[in-house]
Design a protein around this ligand. Structure first.
Ligand code: 13P
Ligand code: SF4
Length: 383
């Protein structure tokens, strides 16, 4: 993920060999490499990946389902993670000792995860705890670095994803009266509001200022139940209420279905809101002819449209861009990773340091234990 030039192990083939290959060659050689690897490698693909990657995935899922799948891979030596860095880190935390987790392009990061640095979060936490005492549970969205997951694990906290945020908040509030939630303010706000917490009892935490306590004064009020880090997803915050008004004006019967990383007024005005798996389930269960305007990453919306020709599926926003970092995992990078692997050279391994791993595992295990009974994708319905 760093901008420093990547150092490859000796014997590794360089990416330059792959950059100019034509699509047909890449496609054929990827199947060959996958066959050569057989059961030694399992490929996990997030729903936001492009078709040319998803085709090779042994399993597909949202971040919660993929973390369960990563934890369940007992045999494969290699888990090739077609998603973004924080997901591969989580898989590395959950993997068995004999396994390695590989991310085909180490530059596949996440701008939201980058918005919450461990030093800034520690500083905020110290101020909040100094002012309020031991009344907070820290919750980090899966879309965060392993260091933040470890921070939560070491302080009685937990990880959540968009498919279990309500259950995780419920768990936290049963233990302590307040929650410090990061990095995605929208998931936190939308979920807490759906659980009956008024906006007045929520405070944002602005981290890009000098005078933290003055700017964040609301976070220190006694009635505040949840403090929301001011992070956001650059993809999901492109959706707006105006787009909803426009699709409804064009077709009053349209059903608006959005991800909870979208802003508050988008979720409040949508018909349905939920995690990636929840979105997929709603479309699967709908009657033929249903018209959907969907507010989430465009690769998933396109795939749903292809898989459900009996329905009318459009993106809530016209001309929406894909998630740039998810999109870094392209066929050439996947082939580069698999061929090196098939030749016995491990490149692009994501390795979380052992001390971070230990505490991050505590926070991830708490989440997995909370919701381990087949409810994958049963998102908090935010109506
Ligand atoms: P989920 O996979 O939890 O729906 O999260 C969406 C997302 O933004 C992944 O980066
Ligand atoms: Fe990060 Fe948003 Fe992309 Fe997910 S969709 S990886 S949250 S930038």
């Amino acid at each position: 993920m760093s901008s420093v030039m990547q150092v490859l192990p000796s014997g590794a083939r360089a990416f330059a060999e792959y950059a100019g290959l034509d699509a047909k060659t890449i496609h054929e050689r990827t199947w060959d490499a996958k066959k050569r690897l057989g059961k030694r490698a399992v490929i996990l693909g997030h729903h936001y990946q492009r078709e040319g990657i998803v085709e090779f995935a042994d399993f597909r899922g949202d971040s919660f389902k993929l973390s369960q799948l990563a934890a369940a891979q007992a045999d494969a030596e290699y888990i090739v993670f077609c998603g973004v860095h924080f997901m591969a880190e989580s898989a590395d935390v959950l993997r068995r000792d004999h396994q390695s987790v590989l991310l085909p392009d180490m530059k596949a990061g996440c701008s939201m995860a980058d918005m919450a640095g461990i030093v800034d979060v520690e500083e905020a936490w110290d101020r909040l705890v100094r002012a309020h005492g031991d009344v907070f549970t820290p919750i980090t969205y899966m879309n965060s670095t392993a260091a933040l997951k470890a921070f939560c694990g070491a302080r009685g906290g937990v990880v959540c994803t968009s498919s279990n945020a309500a259950q995780v908040l419920e768990w936290a509030w049963a233990r302590k009266p307040k929650v410090f939630f990061f990095p995605d303010q929208h998931l936190g706000r939308n979920t807490a509001f759906s659980m009956g917490v008024p906006l007045d009892h929520m405070a944002e935490w602005e981290y890009r200022v000098q005078d933290l306590s003055r700017v964040n004064a609301k976070a220190f009020r006694p009635e505040t139940r949840i403090v929301l880090w001011r992070g956001f997803c650059s993809v999901h915050t492109k959706f707006s209420k105006q787009q909803i008004d426009e699709v409804r004006a064009a077709d009053p019967n349209v059903k608006v279905l959005v991800h909870p990383e979208t802003p508050f007024d988008v979720v409040r005005n949508a018909d349905l809101a939920g995690s990636t798996e929840y979105i997929i389930e709603q479309v699967r269960a709908a009657a033929p002819g249903t018209h959907w305007a969907i507010g989430t990453e465009i690769h998933l919306v396109h795939r749903l449209a292809l898989e459900h020709p009996e329905q009318r599926i459009q993106s809530l926003q016209k001309n929406v861009c894909p998630c740039a970092t998810m999109n870094r995992i392209d066929p050439a990078h996947l082939l580069w990773t698999l061929e090196n692997l098939a030749d016995g050279v491990v490149i692009n391994a994501v390795r979380v340091p052992d001390d971070v791993k230990r505490d991050a595992r505590v926070a991830l295990d708490r989440m997995l234990a909370l919701k381990g009974s087949g409810q994958v994708g049963a998102a908090a319905h935010l109506d």
